[in-house]
Design a protein around this ligand. Structure first.
Ligand code: DAH
Length: 447
């Protein structure tokens, strides 16, 4: 019986149909072939006139398919020699003979055993095992051409050869994978004992640290913390504090005003407006400490900055006297500068306190001793002005709706930079705003 390669799909003439093979086909019945290449050639395959396929509006698909197999297939890998294309001539039952299969097995196993890396091995697998052009695949195609008894025997041989090649492949795969893993382990080795990249933590700003420290001192005495806005209204910043529109002390504040003109807004020149906000919003008695940022149109020099910090204190209660002020500021001064430095209250004037005083502390640099002078810190004064204080002016209490006949109080205010400079022996106020982390770190406030 002549072998048949009739295929269900003419495009796939290289894939034999095993069922058709044994059915016994007549080569003359094949629908593909040069004799069908011409579209107008009379053929038994042409549809009868009047059939659907003969309608000119319907493409004659069968006709075009008939011509396809003889055209070169442009797909990569499709330009195999005719012996591999599966046409009848390429089906070679001899390929299933024991010697031929053994030869295939030996060749494949030898090639696979010497594969240099996993990529090469993958290519060899296609070439010898899985690929449509692999000798094994070609041999398998010939199975159908054998009579059943021989076919079974040949099939077993074919299976054995396939299994042997597959085993060779698996063995080499295991070797190459192990080699690759070992290599990657070495190449990508990480020394976990090496130190990591540490980010320096920086430091707390010395003014923040000082402010917190002083606030703690007052909180320990029973004070609460109060805050107010930095863009403040004229009434809180001046008027309610007994600084009317024409008050001469206004000019000393070098105020920065906020647009638009007439809004009444300004950058607060001190933290004293928080006194007003506190008295208006909190029930009496009040004991508050108010840290915050303040602004003045000051030229910058070693001791002046247009932006600076203040710390305000206010106590309003029944029966408050100057003795309470004195005692409180002594605790404060000692917490700030230590017990070794003397303090004094020097008569002064502030519109919102009556009487008023300046709190002075002995100069840390010269302590007033002529032998240590000239002193650039205190200009040979021997004392450093720390802040202002006094008894709350009754006008301020009245402005806030507090009865001065029943309540009295004291207030104080100080500049944070000045205190920090005294405390830490800093001679240049600009160091606080330069942002050099070494400056901050030198205060030991890195946490
Ligand atoms: N506000 C004043 C200033 O900035 C400081 C001050 C003085 C505050 C006396 C007070 C005080 O509370 O009683 O110069």
């Amino acid at each position: 019986m002549p072998p048949s390669t009739q295929s269900a799909d003419p495009h796939r003439s290289d894939v034999p149909d095993p069922s058709a093979a044994s059915a016994g086909g007549d080569p003359s019945s094949r629908r593909t072939g040069p004799e069908h290449a011409g579209p107008v050639r009379p053929s038994a395959d042409r549809p009868e006139p009047g059939s659907a396929a003969s309608n000119s509006a319907v493409p004659d698909r069968a006709a075009s398919e008939r011509t396809e197999p003889d055209r070169p297939d442009p797909r990569p890998g499709s330009q195999r020699p005719s012996s591999q294309r599966g046409d009848p001539a390429s089906v070679d039952p001899g390929a299933l003979g024991p010697d031929r299969l053994e030869q295939v097995r030996l060749q494949a196993s030898a090639a696979i055993a010497t594969a240099g890396d996993l990529d090469e091995l993958a290519a060899l697998r296609t070439l010898h095992l899985d690929g449509r052009g692999a000798p094994l695949a070609l041999a398998r195609r010939a199975l159908g051409a054998l009579p059943p008894p021989e076919r079974a025997e040949a099939g077993r041989r074919h299976n054995a050869a396939t299994a042997a090649i597959r085993a060779a492949y698996e063995a080499r795969l295991a070797e190459l994978t192990a080699e690759r893993d070992a290599r990657v382990l070495v190449e990508e080795r990480v020394d976990v004992t090496l130190p990591g990249t540490r980010r320096p933590l920086g430091a707390r700003h010395p003014l923040s640290a000082l402010s917190d420290h002083l606030v703690d001192v007052f909180v320990a005495m029973g004070y609460e913390v109060a805050e107010g806005p930095e863009a403040e209204h004229d009434w809180f910043n001046f008027e309610a504090l007994n600084l009317g529109p024409d008050h001469p002390a206004r000019s000393s504040h070098d105020t920065l005003y906020v647009d638009p003109v007439g809004s009444g807004l300004l950058l607060r020149t001190h933290t004293s407006p928080v006194q007003i906000r506190t008295l208006l919003s909190r029930p009496l008695p009040v004991y508050v400490v108010c840290p915050g940022r303040t602004y003045r149109n000051d030229a910058v020099d070693a001791t002046h900055s247009p932006v600076f910090g203040q710390l305000e204190g206010l106590a309003v209660d029944e029966g408050i006297t100057m003795a309470d002020l004195r005692g409180t500021l002594e605790v404060f001064a000692q917490a700030l500068f230590g017990s070794g430095l003397a303090t004094r209250l020097r008569p002064s004037y502030f519109p919102f306190t009556e009487p008023s005083a300046e709190l002075d502390v002995a100069c840390f640099a010269c302590r007033g001793e002529p032998a240590r002078q000239p002193c650039r810190v205190c200009s040979d004064e021997g004392w450093i002005e720390v802040g202002g204080c006094g008894m709350v002016d009754p006008n301020v209490l009245v402005a806030c709706g507090v009865d001065p006949a029943r309540y009295s109080g004291f207030a104080f205010g100080m500049g944070l930079e000045r205190a920090a400079m005294i405390r830490h022996d800093v001679h240049e106020i600009r160091d606080f705003v330069d942002g050099d982390v070494r400056f901050g770190l030198s205060f030991g406030t890195g946490n």
